[in-house]
Design a protein around this ligand. Structure first.
Ligand SMILES: [Zn+2]
Ligand SMILES: [Zn+2]
Length: 149
């Protein structure tokens, strides 16, 4: 083993997503909590992801291992089975991702209500990370959305 430089610390796909989401951005609310998407049926952590074409805040993930769908946060409320959907694709063309959700919370009150949601996907082929959808929540109580990823 020659020990390739700079890769001593193994960073998982989720840790990369977490780092990405927690990085401050000038034009976005700060993210306080990050949760990884894990299939509730089989524990799978790889997904294809579909969004409604004309509706923000409607993201459905499909487990690549077992095919079970799950909705991110309150997406199910805005999902329309008849509507036009888009499958998320990386710039490299692949459509298989590790997924994580960043939650920006209201900082100035006692609740854990959610202000904004960011859905970040990391391509399993090329490791590129991007935010594929984000939306305002702005109602309470909404802290339970942190468990709906
Ligand atoms: Zn599954
Ligand atoms: Zn890619």
């Amino acid at each position: 083993m020659s020990g390739s430089a700079g890769t001593a610390a193994h960073t998982s796909a989720y840790e990369e997503l977490q780092e990405f989401l927690l990085r401050p951005e000038d034009d976005a609310y700060p993210v306080h909590e990050v949760r990884e998407c894990v299939c509730k049926a089989c524990g799978g952590r790889a997904f294809s992801v579909t969004v409604m074409a004309e509706e923000e805040g409607s993201v459905r993930r499909t487990c690549l291992a077992c095919g079970v769908h799950g909705f991110i946060a309150d997406s199910e409320d805005f999902w329309d089975d008849e509507g036009e959907v888009e499958v998320c694709g990386c710039t490299c063309g692949h459509e298989e991702f590790t997924a994580a959700v960043g939650f920006s919370l209201y900082e100035d009150d006692e609740t854990d209500d959610v202000r904004w949601i960011y859905v970040a996907l990391r391509c399993q082929a090329c490791a590129e990370i991007g935010v594929y959808d984000d939306w305002k929540v702005g109602y309470g109580p909404s802290g339970m959305l942190l468990d709906q990823v």
